[in-house]
Design a protein around this ligand. Structure first.
Ligand SMILES: *Cc1c(COP(=O)(O)O)cnc(C)c1O
Length: 383
């Protein structure tokens, strides 16, 4: 079976993990944690990086530090991996789900702007200027764009909308390490960006995350909150309810080794993307995800649309090519059925019905890609 997406561990992973084991530094303190978070921050061009257990908890902490409470709304796209929405629900806030574009599968900013224009009001208070939802009277505190599949939407416009309505931007850039918008890295446009190093992401620590920010105060608070909010080196004194969310050294050691190989892996991904796009153009009814000229995409997971998605999925998986459908849209999940969903054409549903992801590991070989393409072509001979 050619796997969908598996880690590529061909560098110093063994050496660094052995170092942790040999020295006993396996837990949440240790040089690799600091090194890894700085490496990620440096790569993306952010001032500070805060390592955490995974991307989901990073998104949770970012919202807490943004002041999101259970009285608030947080805006998110309707097409995303569940973790985005789970993190919003952990804060008690109510999501406002926005349908996505049919072309690039990112949040539809026309819909968003239209909604905010008609359904919100802004007031100045002693604590700041805030936007409220007319129908729920809840404050709309933050917007969480998701760079779906490492692709990015119109970030200039999103930033302008956020500014106009006083929304904090927290980027779910968990899939977007290596992606840039106008030469600026994903995750650096708002208050926080969050990266994930889960097993299927572009590089992996097994499980892990890094939050990035340019704000020193927020960075300090993020480290504090993720380490049980302890105020003293020696004594067990804590000044708020904290979390045990810090990444452990042994996993960060893998991360350091992964970051060393990342530029090469990213090159491979881009070659893979170019190969698939070239070989699959005009095959069956395949339509690719649109990418704006402003975006340099990391090509994390190759995904395309076809009206024969279910049939192709079954065919590939039974012919040695692991493939997967896309995420079920959030508004269709039981837990979010009561939440606000802004849409006109329900593009989300169409994307869900037609999108399929095919093998995209960083270490995928030419032979494997040729086999994947061959099987896809075979399928369309009779479909
Ligand atoms: C992977 C992912 C996350 C969560 O990251 P974890 O490290 O797995 O917790 C969040 N949002 C999206 C869009 C993701 O793809």
């Amino acid at each position: 079976m050619i796997p969908l997406s598996v880690p590529h561990l061909n560098g110093n992973e063994w050496t660094y993990v052995k170092d942790c084991l040999d020295t006993g530094w396996i837990s949440s303190a240790g040089a690799y944690v600091n090194k890894f978070e700085q490496q990620v921050a440096d790569y993306v061009g952010a001032k500070y990086g805060i390592a955490c257990m995974n991307g989901t908890v990073g998104l949770h902490i970012a919202q807490i530090l943004s002041g999101v409470t259970s009285d608030d709304h947080v805006i998110a796209p309707n097409i995303t991996f569940i973790a985005t929405l789970n993190a919003i629900k952990y804060t008690g806030a109510s999501p406002i789900l926005v349908d996505v574009n049919s072309t690039d599968w990112q949040m539809d900013l026309d819909l968003l702007e239209e909604y905010l224009t008609g359904n919100s009001f802004t007031i100045e208070t002693e604590l700041g200027t805030f936007t409220f939802n007319k129908s729920t009277n809840k404050r709309i505190k933050a917007i969480m764009p998701v760079h779906v599949l490492g692709n990015m939407g119109d970030i200039d416009r999103l930033t302008a909308i956020a500014k106009k309505y006083h929304l904090d931007i927290i980027e779910d850039s968990t899939e977007a390490l290596g992606s840039f918008y106008k030469n600026k890295h994903a995750g650096t446009f708002g208050k926080f960006g969050v990266f994930s190093f889960n097993g299927n992401k572009i590089i992996s620590t097994g499980g892990g995350g890094v939050m990035v920010t340019n704000d020193e105060e927020l960075a300090k608070k993020a480290k504090h909150l993720t380490t049980q909010a302890k105020t003293s080196q020696m004594e067990y004194i804590h000044d708020e309810i904290g979390y045990n969310y810090r990444l452990v050294n042994i996993l960060a050691a893998i991360g350091v080794a992964q970051m060393e190989q990342f530029p090469d892996l990213l090159e491979n991904k881009k070659k893979m993307d170019a190969f698939y796009r070239n070989e699959l153009t005009g095959v069956g009814d395949i339509v690719f995800q649109a990418v704006s000229i402003d975006v340099s995409v990391n090509c994390w997971l190759f995904t395309f649309k076809t009206n024969h998605m279910r049939g192709l999925l079954e065919f590939l998986n039974s012919n040695g090519v692991q493939s997967r459908p896309f995420w079920m849209p959030m508004n269709q999940l039981e837990m979010f059925k009561e939440d606000i969903y802004i849409t006109k054409n329900n593009n989300s549903s169409g994307i869900y019905e037609t999108c399929i992801s095919i093998p995209s590991s960083g270490g995928i070989t030419k032979e494997e890609m040729i086999e994947v393409v061959e099987q896809i072509r075979n399928f369309y001979l009779t479909n």
